[in-house]
Design a protein around this ligand. Structure first.
Ligand SMILES: Cc1cc2nc3c(=O)[nH]c(=O)nc-3n(C[C@H](O)[C@H](O)[C@H](O)COP(=O)(O)OP(=O)(O)OC[C@H]3O[C@@H](n4cnc5c(N)ncnc54)[C@H](O)[C@@H]3O)c2cc1C
Length: 813
């Protein structure tokens, strides 16, 4: 077939992800699609996958994506005539210790929250279901009946056929070799068979996505890692419809295949492949069998299924798969190049994800905005740090090695640290800080008091830092604390039309006098919340924008992408230019006034304002704002002066007992005050009206802004869900998020945030109460609530107003 010289969209890669994306682009959007595969379809990682298909993830949206895959695999053959090998065998997950069992009880609750029925089974029930299994060491197991298995190559061929049936053109033996790029936009794809002009490119090149991305100057932070499994001869007595098994405490998994077993594992000492480019010729190839490395799995597998000892091995598969530094795949528009999208880095669940990932990626490519909350897989969660392939390799191996580890709450990665530190790092260490890391930055989570070892101890119950964080919390409520928030992402928007551009991008009114600051959401066309940030007006034509550490690339890309072409407005990232010290607490003004000659009185420096003041001889951008529900200032300090300003504040605050305070206290404080966190409480799935933030949407003005039409609709109708707070009287219950909300005993939603409020002395959760007939205040208040926590029902009190507000007047004073 002659290669075309033009297409609307070029998809690169004929594995399951490329074929699924092409299928959905053609089927759902009638797009003019060309798919290019350098070898034959499936020849990369897809052909040798084991084919287990699980669905449950910790994100509701990603679970929905995986559920979609299952639904598609079940019915695809009816459409294309090509079978997918789908078998709904269900999946058992085994627990061999109490921590794992606690994890599973929470997992089963999460499954219920996301609409899936996961059962908890006793060892004898497992034995009845899987007679060949040794269950002596089991505490129990979960069973998800709707999980299953499929044939990776067959699904892919079926998707490819479906794509062709809907008009997509698929070319094999055509290698992409480069791009024509003008003004940061790809205009054509260069290939071994000629050049194709196009409007958009979707990079689904598996482990080659890294080097394809590099050809266009974009970073796809994935790392090929060797992954092995064996296929055994027939196992006597093994039923062909037996459930797949995950045995994480023994690091192994199993799947039935033609009467034998597929058995593989996630070892804690994985072996990565190259940090250099992957050879193009690596088609339908495997690495040599590595029995020495695999032996650890074999030993565990035989203990679990003794019949394996006498069963021959038909074949070992040792193939490469792309893994990522956080174990989630990579989807969406590359921030470095306006029209390249990526779908890669599938961490050995690309078969499970393939159908759904292609579905949402296709929609994203067409609309230029994600169709749902896809933040955990969004390529914009990475930053410049992830251009370092060695760092990515090290962190990815840690993530792989932890794949089957018990997921303790609040656990931090250990490798590649410290990477980015604030100027206060050494000082905070002196204060016995226990650091976490976010987008490469070391950030103090809490401070260990003398006599206590400064480190997190993993726990499924109340953690070792519970007490010290409570002390930090109380200090902020009663006197003042300093948070080092230097990792905040910071931007400047400059230019004659910057106010006009921001008025279009922000849902709240930001075109206010110089010196004012505004808390605002940035909405997508569905009025879903894409960003949540603060905008300070420094001059007529200069704005300072502050957002969360992790959202740096995401938010800057969203803002830059939405500046209308004809306006004079430019966004610059100034994150590293400023350290940020948040001075918070009822005596914050006394402390601040003691270190500056500038007037910090409520009359001169009211809430919601920004002023340039001088502290210790340094110019400081002081933002009168709070995320903890107390009087306070965010002090943005030239980065090299951060230490001087910190020292001055600590000296002046000594009489009040001031201390540095960490992020875990911040979380507890904000939960009490009901401040929303983007990516958990508020996401692209939620409008400001669902989230109780309608007051921050400028519907009264006539100004057009992105999402206005849908925001008006939302404002004028009864919402189908409302974000509310809950407390539980028993202080020992641990809320983490994703617990199920029951209203009058019926499913009503799930928690988006959970934690403990030390001032109210109770566990606190936030979540959306949902009702297809609408959620009014009456509806909310007429219900009786329980939360399901690790499968136990716990009575809960509803809170429509903030749980803690006595400081409301003080904040504004
Ligand atoms: C041993 C093993 C077991 C696995 N088991 C499972 C499992 O049980 N369940 C599960 O869900 N997942 C499993 N996986 C993971 C799964 O195989 C992958 O996630 C999935 O196949 C990735 O698909 P892909 O389309 O992203 O990549 P690939 O299948 O690698 O496709 C990328 C394609 O891009 C092509 N390409 C690259 N460069 C170019 C270029 N320059 N021009 C044109 N084309 C190019 C390649 O030739 C390749 O065909 C397993 C993986 C391994 C290694």
């Amino acid at each position: 077939m002659q290669l075309l010289d033009r297409a609307q969209i070029v998809v690169i890669g004929g594995g399951i992800i490329g074929c699924s994306t092409a299928y959905h682009l053609a089927r759902d959007h009638h797009a003019d699609v060309v798919l290019l595969e350098q070898g034959k379809l499936t020849g990369g990682s897809t052909w040798h996958a084991a084919g287990l298909v699980g669905q449950l993830r910790s994100s509701a949206s990603i679970t929905q994506v995986l559920k979609y895959s299952v639904d598609l695999y079940r019915r695809l053959a009816d459409e294309t005539g090509l079978e997918t090998g789908w078998k709904m065998s269900g999946c058992l997950r085994l627990a061999c210790n109490e921590d794992r069992w606690s994890e599973y009880k929470r997992l089963a609750t999460t499954a219920g929250s996301f609409g899936m029925d996961m059962h908890l089974l006793s060892p004898s029930e497992v034995k009845a279901m899987w007679p060949l299994m040794n269950v002596d060491d089991l505490v129990g197991a979960t069973f998800l009946p709707t999980d299953g298995q499929a044939s990776p190559s067959d699904i892919t061929q079926s998707l490819a056929k479906g794509a062709r049936m809907h008009g997509a053109k698929l070319f094999e033996e055509v290698r992409v070799t480069g791009f024509d790029i003008e003004d940061g936009t790809i205009t054509a794809v260069q290939t071994s068979a000629g050049t194709i002009a196009c409007e958009k490119v979707v990079n689904c090149a598996g482990m080659w996505a890294r080097q394809i991305g590099a050809m266009a100057g974009i970073n796809v932070p994935l790392q090929p890692v060797k992954h092995q499994y064996i296929i055994t001869e027939q196992v006597e007595g093994l039923s062909t419809d037996i459930a797949t098994v995950r045995d994480p405490d023994r690091l192994t998994y199993f799947k039935e295949e033609v009467g034998g077993l597929v058995m593989g594992g996630y070892e804690q000492n994985p072996i990565s492949w190259t940090v250099d480019d992957v050879p193009d010729e690596f088609q339908f190839q495997l690495f040599d069998d590595d029995w020495d490395h695999f032996e650890q799995h074999l030993v565990q597998a035989i203990e679990r299924i003794p019949a394996l000892e006498k069963t021959g091995v038909k074949q070992m598969i040792n193939g490469p798969e792309s893994f990522t530094p956080d174990g989630n795949f990579i989807l969406g528009p590359a921030p470095e190049c306006a029209n390249m999208y990526v779908g890669a880095g599938f961490n050995a669940f690309g078969i499970a994800s393939g159908g759904g990932a292609g579905w949402v990626l296709a929609q994203w490519v067409i609309d230029d905005e994600p169709p749902m909350d896809l933040w955990v897989v969004d390529i914009r969660r990475f930053s410049g740090l992830h251009e370092d392939r060695d760092w990515v390799n090290e962190r990815t191996l840690e993530a792989y090695g932890k794949h089957y580890a018990v997921g303790f709450p609040h656990e931090e990665y250990e490798t590649g640290r410290p990477r980015i530190v604030s100027p206060l790092y050494e000082r905070l260490k002196q204060h016995r800080a226990v650091f976490g890391s976010k987008l490469g930055w070391e950030r103090p989570n809490w401070f260990a008091p003398p006599g206590m070892e400064p480190r997190d101890e993993p726990s499924m119950g109340r953690p070792n830092w519970f007490g010290p964080v409570g002390e930090e919390h109380r200090l902020v409520r009663e006197a003042a604390g300093i948070f080092d928030q230097s990792s905040f992402a910071k931007f400047e928007m400059a230019g004659r039309d910057s106010a006009k551009a921001l008025e279009w991008i922000c849902a709240n009114k930001i075109d206010k006098p110089v010196g004012r600051l505004t808390y605002t959401q940035l909405l997508n066309s569905r009025a879903g919340i894409e960003c949540d940030l603060t905008v300070a007006r420094l001059a007529d034509d200069l704005f300072y924008i502050v957002t969360g550490t992790g959202f740096r690339i995401h938010d800057s890309a969203w803002i830059s992408d939405h500046i209308p072409d004809d306006l004079d407005a430019r966004l610059t990232d100034v994150t590293e230019a400023f350290g940020t010290l948040s001075l918070m607490g009822p005596v914050a003004r006394n402390i601040l006034q003691a270190v500056t000659d500038d007037d910090c009185s409520g009359a001169t420096f009211p809430f919601g304002h920004v002023r340039q003041i001088v502290i210790a001889g340094h110019p400081v951008r002081a933002l009168r704002v709070t995320y903890v529900g107390e009087l306070g200032w965010e002090l943005h300090v030239p980065i090299n002066a951060t230490g001087d300003v910190f020292d001055a504040l600590m000296r002046a605050g000594a009489v009040h007992g001031i201390r540095p305070v960490g992020y875990r206290a911040l979380e507890s404080l904000r939960l009490e005050k009901g401040y929303r966190a983007w990516s958990s409480d508020i996401t692209p799935n939620d409008t400001p009206f669902d989230a109780g933030l309608g007051w921050a949407v400028k519907l009264k003005s006539r100004t057009p802004f992105i999402g206005r039409d849908m925001a008006e609709k939302a404002a004028n109708s009864v919402p189908l869900k409302q974000l509310v707070g809950f407390t539980i009287d028993d202080p020992h219950v641990v809320l983490l998020g994703r617990e199920t909300i029951l209203r009058n005993g019926e499913f009503a939603g799930y928690l988006t945030s959970g934690g403990f409020g030390y001032t109210v002395g109770k566990p606190i959760g936030y979540g959306y109460v949902r009702n297809p007939d609408g959620v009014t205040r009456d509806y909310l208040e007429s219900g009786t609530y329980e939360l399901v926590v690790a499968q136990e029902k716990v009575p809960a009190s509803l809170h429509v107003e903030p749980l803690y507000d006595p400081a409301g007047e003080r904040i504004r004073a």
